[in-house]
Design a binder for this molecule. Structure first.
Ligand SMILES: *[C@@H]1O[C@H](CO)[C@@H](O)[C@H](O)[C@H]1NC(C)=O
Ligand SMILES: *[C@@H]1O[C@H](CO)[C@@H](O)[C@H](O)[C@H]1NC(C)=O
Length: 468
C-alpha cells in the first residue's frame, strides 16, 4: 500500500504527453522484441490516452455488450540483460580503442547535418552507463507503458475495468522482476484512473501459467538447448547478408572487419534500441545503420523468434497448452448463461508475462502463419511476411480476448496491440460466435495436454511444423 504522495507523484507521469520534438531514428520499427510499443501505435506519441472504440466490432445489429476481457500482456520496456550488457561493454571498449572512422565516411541513417559528429560522440562522449545489476529489470518508461495501457483499457472497457469490479478482476504475473513490476504498474494505472488515493497490489505470481516454456521438457531439450533446432539462425548470422552489414559497420567505424563479430554489430543495434526505449534518446550509435542494415538485423531476430518460440516447431506452441486452457476455461465461465440471482461473471483476467509467453500462444492459435517459413536462404522473398516480431511482441505487447453477450449468444473478438485480428478459419467476422471459435479449436480444447506433449515421447510433437 502506498500513501497519497506517491499517487500524486505517479499522477505526474500520467499526464498526457504533448507533441514531442524527439527525433526518432528511422530504424526504430526494426528492433524486433526490443521495439517500443509506440512504433506499432504511433498515435500514442501524440496522446498516450488515445482510444478508438471502433476497434470493438461485434455485429451492430445484435446489441452486444462486453462481459469479459482476458488480456495477456508482455512486460514494458526494460534494461538489457547481463548477456547484452557485457556485449555492449565489449563493443564500447573496442570502439574507444580501435575505431578511427573511415575517410570521409558518413553515418548510415541520416548522414547529413547533426549526424556529422556521431563517431566522435560514440567514441569519446558516450559513457557506458549500463551495469550488470540492471539485468533485464523494468525501467521507468516500462512502468509508464503498463500504467498507460491500463488507463486506455479502462477507457475502452468502461463497464469491465471499473472500481466496483476491482476485487473480482484477477491478476497473475510471471515471477520475473520485470513482470511483477509491470503487474504493479498496471494496477497503479487502473487505480489512478479510478482516482484512488492509495494503491493496493493484489496480483498472484503464477509461473506454471506464465512461464510454461521452461517447464516443458520436450521444448527445453528439443528446441531451446538444441543447436540443430536453431540452424537457420546460425546460418543467417554467418551468411552473406550479415557479412555485408558487418563490412559496412566496420567501414563506418574504421575498424578492421575481423575485429567486429556479428554479436558486436548486434550489440550496437540493440544499444540504439535501448537508448531510445529507456531514455527516449536518438543515440549516436544509431548512425551506424541504415534502413537496409536494420532490415537484415531485424530478420536475424525474427528468425530466432520464429524457430525458437513460434511456428518453427509444434512443441513450442504446444508448451502453451496450460495457458490456452486457462483462458478458455475463464471464457467458458464468463459466457455461461446465468440467472439474475447468479454471481456476475469475472469481468477481467489480466495475465502478465513475456514475449516467450505470447509467441507460443499466438502460434497455437494459428496466427501470423505465412505460407513459407523464414529461413537463412530466403531473406529476399520475406519482405512481405506477416511475422515481424516488432509489430507483434514489442514492449507492453498485448493479446486481448473480448467476450460479448449478444442476442444470438456470446461472441469473441481478438485484438493484438489494440487492433482487431481475425481468428484463422473464421475470417469473415471480427467477432464470431463463441461456439464457432470453440468448434475451430476443438482439437486443442479436447487435447493439448501439457504432460503428454511435454513429457511424452510422441513422434510428431517435435518435428518441424511444415503443414500449412
Ligand atoms: C477510429 O478508427 C476508425 C477505423 O477503425 C477510423 O475510421 C476513425 O477515423 C478513427 N477515429 C478516430 C477519432 O481516430
Ligand atoms: C534437435 O533438433 C533437430 C532438428 O529439429 C531434431 O532432429 C533433433 O531430434 C533434436 N534433438 C533433440 C535432442 O531433441
Amino acid at each position: 500500500m502506498f500513501s497519497g504522495w506517491l499517487v500524486a507523484a505517479l499522477g505526474l507521469t500520467m499526464t498526457r504527453r504533448s507533441c514531442s520534438s524527439l527525433s526518432v531514428p528511422d530504424i526504430a520499427a526494426y528492433f524486433g522484441t526490443k521495439t517500443r510499443y509506440e512504433e506499432v501505435n504511433p498515435h500514442l506519441l501524440r496522446d498516450v490516452l488515445t482510444v478508438n472504440a471502433s476497434v470493438l466490432r461485434p455485429p451492430a445489429t445484435e446489441r452486444c455488450v462486453p462481459v469479459h476481457l482476458t488480456a495477456v500482456i508482455r512486460h514494458g520496456s526494460r534494461y538489457p540483460t547481463v548477456k547484452n550488457i557485457r556485449r555492449i561493454q565489449r563493443l564500447s571498449e573496442l570502439v574507444r580503442r580501435e575505431a578511427s572512422g573511415s575517410p570521409g565516411g558518413s553515418g548510415g541513417s541520416g548522414g547529413a547535418a547533426g549526424a556529422a559528429d556521431w563517431l566522435q560522440d560514440v567514441q569519446s562522449r558516450w559513457e557506458m552507463w549500463y551495469t550488470e545489476d540492471m539485468d533485464g529489470q523494468l525501467v521507468l518508461k516500462g512502468r509508464e507503458d503498463l500504467r498507460q495501457l491500463a488507463a486506455r483499457l479502462s477507457l475502452l472497457f468502461p463497464s469491465l475495468l471499473t472500481e466496483e469490479n476491482e476485487m473480482s478482476i484477477s491478476l497473475r504475473s510471471s515471477s520475473k522482476h520485470r513482470c511483477v513490476s509491470s503487474a504493479e504498474a498496471f494496477q497503479e494505472g487502473l487505480q489512478l484512473h479510478w482516482r484512488h488515493s492509495d494503491v493496493q497490489y493484489r496480483h498472484l505470481v503464477d509461473d506454471k501459467l506464465m512461464r510454461f516454456f521452461e517447464r516443458c521438457r520436450g521444448y527445453v531439450e528439443g528446441v531451446e538447448k538444441n543447436r540443430t533446432a536453431l540452424l537457420e539462425v546460425h546460418k543467417f548470422k554467418h551468411g552473406p547478408e550479415m557479412e555485408r552489414v558487418k563490412r559496412k559497420v566496420a567501414g563506418r567505424l574504421g575498424l578492421h572487419q575481423h575485429h567486429l563479430t556479428a554479436d558486436l554489430v548486434e550489440a550496437a543495434f540493440f544499444l540504439c534500441s535501448y537508448e531510445l526505449s529507456i531514455k527516449s534518446l536518438h543515440s549516436s550509435w544509431c548512425f551506424l545503420f541504415d534502413e537496409d542494415d536494420a532490415k537484415v538485423l531485424e530478420y536475424k531476430s525474427d528468425l530466432k523468434q520464429y524457430w525458437k518460440r513460434f511456428h518453427g516447431y509444434m512443441i513450442s506452441s504446444l508448451s502453451s497448452c496450460p495457458l490456452f486452457h486457462h483462458i478458455f476455461r475463464t471464457l467458458d465461465k464468463a459466457g455461461r448463461p446465468r440467472r439474475s440471482t447468479d454471481a456476475p461473471p469475472e469481468p477481467a483476467s489480466i495475465l502478465i508475462g513475456h514475449a516467450e509467453t505470447l509467441l507460443p500462444l499466438l502460434s497455437l492459435l494459428g496466427l501470423y502463419k505465412d505460407q513459407t517459413p523464414p529461413t537463412a536462404d530466403n531473406y529476399h522473398t520475406q519482405h512481405g511476411r506477416s511475422f515481424r516480431s516488432g509489430l507483434i511482441v514489442p514492449y507492453a505487447a498485448n493479446l486481448l480476448f473480448v467476450l460479448y453477450d449478444c442476442q444470438r449468444g456470446p461472441r469473441l473478438q481478438l485484438l493484438v496491440n489494440e487492433s482487431p485480428v481475425r481468428f484463422p478459419g473464421l475470417e469473415t467476422e471480427d467477432a464470431p460466435l463463441y461456439r464457432d471459435v470453440r468448434a475451430a479449436y476443438r482439437h486443442l480444447l479436447d487435447g493439448c495436454d501439457f504432460q503428454r506433449e511435454c513429457e511424452g515421447t510422441s513422434v510428431g510433437g517435435r518435428g518441424p511444423n511444415i503443414e500449412l
